[in-house]
Ligand binder design. Structure first.
Ligand SMILES: O=c1ccn([C@@H]2O[C@H](COP(=O)(O)OP(=O)(O)O[C@H]3OC[C@@H](O)[C@H](O)[C@H]3O)[C@@H](O)[C@H]2O)c(=O)[nH]1
Length: 453
């Protein structure tokens, strides 16, 4: 292997929230002279291609996803199906094993990066190819549940207690939050649970890598290292920020430009999550209640073909001129940096979490899934840079609790608002200090050279 220039194959889980950070990492590696092949389905390639900043060094190689019973014909990625069908998609992806084997045999890359395809190391080892299990979620999401220290079989009660030796008292889940993690005991692929799949993926690789940084999760990364008895390499958040060639779409620049600096509340819940219609309506009513200008960007709720059709009666007339609900895709990083935006209400997906930390908007969190809840605990309990919207025991949140959380960070005289702003500013300074992000990638590349020897 020539250590000065690697050929790396990447095989991420076929969901935008996973493939996108892989492309960002590929850009970082290519900017340091390495060659990358990203193996994803054709439709995903079409959606990701515009992010490729090094077309001479990064290529996409199409993977054909076979049909699996229970999935709609032609399904290729998680964005096309409800979350509950992810296990079936995993089974379909497992059937691409032969294609991966043929690719690796023919091209013999130096390394393969993967996350959920636990069978990659078995193929790669025979061919003398090194493997890196690259995880794009926080270290806490792995350390709390997906470690050998978890007693098996896992019960809902067990999930309320962290595994032996888990280093954090604040980044933990209780009650309904903990029980929502029971999905890790469900089949995720043919005859294998999500827990088994992930633990095997982590155990079998040459090195574990996590898209996080020590300043945020150092003790959790050390715990992972001890649990799996292998090196954990960190890439830092690798956001692809500053890489964008575009600028904010005129329509939004103009609309936002009509408001006072730092007055608009922007809300988005990432690329996957779809709300129930009644919760969607409650959410928009919560924004109305704040009295503040707002831009809400969400997918149409369940059972509706557009956000417009799902809005409560009379809502549009009442908020006209100060609030918009949009059902399409916006350039989130640009919106967050617009001078009129002052607050970001989000689900704390890993991408949104980092984007919110790097801009100086106040942060209000409404997590839905396991890793988002843990990211939320990190931001609210550990870093104290954000507030979380209170939910009832059945996970419903009311318009009053949403409005209260937003006002608590937007009202100038609010103590909580002042406290989170001060803490947040400290973190933004650290994370955006010169060389901080690139230093992580440089050290990561150095470690790849070490494991390749
Ligand atoms: O309209 C939009 C909405 C979102 N985005 C971008 O889409 C990305 C969304 O990524 P997130 O990680 O925040 O959220 P997703 O829900 O899409 O991610 C998924 O994978 C990562 C996990 O942490 C999440 O739990 C999972 O849901 C962000 O980079 C955001 O800037 C847009 O550019 N425009």
């Amino acid at each position: 292997m020539d250590p000065s220039s690697f050929h790396i194959a990447m095989f991420p889980w076929f969901a935008m929230g996973h493939m996108t950070p892989y492309v960002h990492l590929a850009n970082e590696l290519a900017s340091r002279g390495h060659r990358i092949t990203i193996l994803v389905p054709k439709k995903a390639r079409d959606q990701l291609e515009h992010l490729n900043l090094h077309t001479n060094l990064i290529i996409f190689c199409p993977v054909l996803v076979p049909h699996f019973e229970g999935l709609p014909e032609g399904t290729e990625t998680a964005s096309e199906i409800p979350l509950s069908a992810n296990g079936l998609l995993a089974a379909a992806v497992d059937k691409t094993r032969k294609q991966l084997e043929e690719y690796l045999e023919a091209h013999k890359p130096d390394m393969v990066f993967y996350d959920t395809a636990y069978w990659i190391p078995e193929i790669a080892r025979k061919l003398g190819i090194k493997t890196v299990c690259y995880n794009v979620v926080c270290a806490a999401a792995l350390a709390l549940t997906l470690v050998p220290a978890r007693k098996l079989p896992i019960t809902p009660e067990d999930l309320e207690n962290p595994p032996a030796g888990y280093p954090s008292k604040t980044v933990v889940l209780r009650g309904a939050e903990a029980r929502s993690l029971m999905f890790i005991t469900m089949p995720f692929g043919d005859g294998i649970t999500f827990y088994d799949r992930t633990v095997r993926a982590l155990r079998e690789c040459d090195a574990i890598s996590i898209r996080t940084c020590r300043e945020l999760e150092g003790d959790l990364c050390d715990y992972m290292e001890a649990q799996f008895n292998k090196t954990v390499l960190l890439t830092g958040p690798v956001l692809g920020l500053g890489d964008e060639k575009d600028k904010l779409e005129e329509k939004w620049a103009k609309w936002l430009g009509g408001f006072e600096p730092r007055s608009v509340v922007y809300c988005a819940f990432g690329s996957q999550y779809i709300l129930e219609k009644d919760q969607f309506q409650e959410l928009v009513l919560g924004f109305e209640l704040t009295g503040l200008p707002f831009l809400i960007v969400l997918k149409p709720p369940m059972g509706c073909d557009s956000v417009e059709k799902a809005l409560p009666q009379g809502f549009e007339e009442r908020v006209r001129g100060r609030g918009v609900v949009f059902g399409g895709w916006v350039q989130q990083p640009f919106i967050l940096r617009h001078a009129s935006v002052g607050c970001f209400v989000n689900h704390c997906g890993f991408g949104s979490m980092w984007e919110s930390l790097l801009t100086n908007n106040q942060i209000v969190l409404v997590p839905h899934l396991g890793d988002q809840m843990l990211n939320t605990k990190l931001l609210v309990n550990e870093l104290k840079v954000a507030v979380e919207v209170e939910r009832e025991a059945n996970r419903w949140f009311s318009k009053e609790s949403l409005s209260k959380a937003i006002r608590s960070v937007m009202d100038a005289e609010s103590e909580v608002g002042v406290m989170v702003k001060k803490n947040h500013a400290k973190w933004t300074r650290t994370l955006s200090s010169p060389g901080y992000m690139s230093g992580y990638v440089d050290r990561f590349v150095q470690s790849l050279e070490d494991i390749s020897k």
